[in-house]
Write a protein that binds this ligand. Structure first.
Ligand SMILES: *[C@@H]1O[C@H](CO)[C@@H](O)[C@H](O)[C@H]1NC(C)=O
Ligand SMILES: *[C@@H]1O[C@H](CO)[C@@H](O)[C@H](O)[C@H]1NC(C)=O
Ligand SMILES: *[C@@H]1O[C@H](CO)[C@@H](O)[C@H](O)[C@H]1NC(C)=O
Ligand SMILES: *[C@@H]1O[C@H](CO)[C@@H](O)[C@H](O)[C@H]1NC(C)=O
Ligand SMILES: *[C@@H]1O[C@H](CO)[C@@H](O)[C@H](O)[C@H]1NC(C)=O
Ligand SMILES: *[C@@H]1O[C@H](CO)[C@@H](O)[C@H](O)[C@H]1NC(C)=O
Ligand SMILES: *[C@@H]1O[C@H](CO)[C@@H](O)[C@H](O)[C@H]1NC(C)=O
Ligand SMILES: *[C@@H]1O[C@H](CO)[C@@H](O)[C@H](O)[C@H]1NC(C)=O
Ligand SMILES: *[C@@H]1O[C@H](CO)[C@@H](O)[C@H](O)[C@H]1NC(C)=O
Length: 480
């Protein structure tokens, strides 16, 4: 039994030089404020017989340690931090850490042969605050394994093979951080996270979660950062996040959600960042964002959204950043407010239009919304249905976007100085106009509008050959 006699003496008796004097052969020891023992990268297959008894930190990373016997480190009452990352540990004898009664941090990450831990593995570690078991090969851990670790705050278990949230964490009211990302967890049961009233950070990203029970998160009243992204969620309980009033960041990206329910976020008054990207959202219920009064950033990119009704968005109108790219937006009058908003706040770019066909391929910022009597006219209606029926659809798409581009660029450049109304991004604000042909006689008073109609007419007739030429010729004629 490795109990150094020196270590049983009162700390004051131990002189400063003891740290260096008792340094194990293949390690280096430094005594600055406290005694650190560095034994990393020394191809060690077995632990040294003894460590300096005043050691406060021992680093054994990147060796070839395979086995930890009972009381493997002897009695080291000053040891606060022990690191065994990147070894080849496959078996830890129960009671291996007995004698390390003041250990605060234990790191055993990247030991790919740890697939099993005994209930009494951590016996004696009553002061442990941080435990790192990441990137091992654990499939589960015993429910009572942390029975003595009442001070544990941070548990790192990412990149293992857990298929469920370890029952061992239930009721650990002092835990603040749990890292369980990159496991194979399939569900969050109603009791998986009970009693975690201090938890601030929970990472469950990149698992296989497809079910979340009602009230599964109800005890996480102090949660601030919650990663549920890259799972297999297609729906969430109605009141999934009820009571999480401290939540600041919620990541639901990379799931299979289709609807955003108005009830999900109703309590998240402190939420600043919400990720809903990379889902299959087609619908956001009105009121869904109603209570997100602190929201700064909203990620809705890479979904199946075609529209974002103003009433849905209105409550978060003063948002800082909004991500909308990679959605099949339908750039009709329903999105006119968004274009205005984009122009006013310059916080959004990249809103690609997938429809109507007349603007497909354009960005919303390039779409010109026509107005008649102050009422927006959907871009599709500018396609002059009767005349275009004989044009093949692929041609038609290119053709229509060409019109819109011309409206945007050519008209502004060449005839835009004719009236104020064009500069303001609308064709007409108050004139009465018939759009079905060139018969809107009263509109002819407005040269720019006349040019616009003639332009379209001629494009149809000539199938967009020499478009630029015609535009400029006709418009110059009209203006003279
Ligand atoms: C690590 O341990 C495993 C099994 O315990 C063994 O097969 C492997 O050779 C060891 N690797 C090294 C580098 O010692
Ligand atoms: C949390 O920590 C306090 C103080 O360290 C302790 O008294 C209490 O028992 C701990 N709670 C649990 C559930 O371990
Ligand atoms: C999503 O919303 C649509 C329309 O509101 C509804 O028909 C559909 O059932 C909803 N789907 C889910 C999974 O809630
Ligand atoms: C917003 O919060 C209020 C007050 O808590 C609540 O009555 C309302 O239902 C919430 N809105 C939504 C959409 O849940
Ligand atoms: C979303 O779009 C993708 C690709 O366009 C499609 O495969 C998927 O079925 C769509 N999902 C929904 C819910 O519409
Ligand atoms: C435009 O307004 C005028 C009167 O202000 C009205 O007579 C006319 O019918 C309106 N036209 C359209 C297309 O709404
Ligand atoms: C032209 O627009 C109308 C109204 O939106 C639409 O019903 C029709 O299909 C469009 N025609 C073509 C050829 O796209
Ligand atoms: C307006 O159009 C006229 C004639 O096309 C041109 O000479 C003039 O420079 C234009 N003014 C502006 C401000 O673009
Ligand atoms: C165009 O915008 C200017 C200021 O930007 C404004 O004074 C003018 O009234 C607007 N004209 C119309 C027709 O909306």
């Amino acid at each position: 039994v490795k109990v150094s006699v020196l270590c049983l003496l009162p700390q004051a008796v131990l002189s400063r030089w003891a740290c260096v004097r008792a340094c194990p052969a293949s390690c280096s020891c430094t005594q600055e404020r406290s005694c650190s023992v560095l034994c990393d990268r020394s191809s060690m297959a077995e632990l040294p017989k003894e460590f300096p008894c005043e050691a406060s930190a021992i680093n054994l990373d990147k060796n070839r340690l395979k086995f930890l016997s009972e009381r493997a480190f002897g009695t080291l009452p000053s040891l606060k931090s022990l690191s065994l990352d990147h070894n080849n540990i496959s078996f830890i004898t129960p009671g291996a850490f007995k004698g390390l009664s003041n250990l605060v941090e234990l790191k055993m990450a990247h030991n790919e042969y740890i697939s099993y831990l005994h209930t009494r593995t951590f016996t004696g570690l009553k002061k442990l605050v941080r435990l790192d078991l990441s990137d091992c090969n654990l499939f589960s851990i015993p429910d009572r394994i942390f029975i003595e670790q009442i001070a544990l705050k941070e548990l790192l278990c990412f990149q293992n093979n857990f298929r469920r949230i370890p029952g061992a964490i239930r009721g650990m009211e002092n835990l603040t951080h749990i890292y369980l990302e990159r496991n194979k967890i399939e569900a969050v049961a109603y009791n998986s996270l009970l009693g975690l009233g201090s938890l601030k950070y929970l990472n469950l990203q990149e698992n296989r979660i497809n079910v979340i029970h009602d009230q599964a998160f109800q005890d996480l009243v102090r949660l601030e950062n919650f990663y549920l992204n890259d799972n297999l969620l297609s729906e969430l309980p109605r009141l999934a996040f009820k009571g999480l009033t401290r939540l600041k960041m919620l990541n639901l990206g990379g799931n299979q959600l289709t609807n955003v329910s108005r009830t999900w976020f109703s309590d998240l008054v402190e939420l600043e960042i919400l990720y809903l990207d990379r889902n299959q959202l087609v619908n956001i219920e009105e009121g869904a964002f109603e209570n997100l009064t602190s929201l700064i950033t909203l990620h809705l990119n890479s979904n199946n959204l075609t529209t974002l009704p103003f009433p849905v968005f209105q409550p978060i109108y003063f948002l800082g950043r909004l991500f909308l790219f990679k959605n099949p937006w339908e750039c009709d009058c329903g999105l006119e407010w968004l274009k205005d908003w984009m122009e006013s706040y310059k916080l959004v770019r990249d809103v690609p239009c997938a429809s109507p066909s007349s603007v497909a391929g354009l960005d919303l910022s390039e779409v010109v919304f026509a107005k008649v009597n102050g009422t927006c006219i959907d871009p599709a209606e500018l396609n002059l249905t009767t005349a275009s029926s004989d044009i093949a659809s692929t041609t038609e798409n290119r053709f229509n976007s060409l019109i819109s581009k011309l409206l945007q660029q050519e008209l502004r450049e060449e005839i835009g100085n004719g009236t104020e109304s064009l500069r303001n991004g609308t064709l007409l604000d108050s004139e009465e106009v018939e759009l079905s042909g060139v018969r809107g006689q009263r509109a002819l008073a407005d040269q720019s509008f006349f040019c616009f109609l003639v332009l379209i007419w001629d494009i149809f007739l000539l199938k967009y050959q020499y478009v630029k030429l015609i535009v400029s010729v006709i418009c110059k004629e009209q203006q003279q």
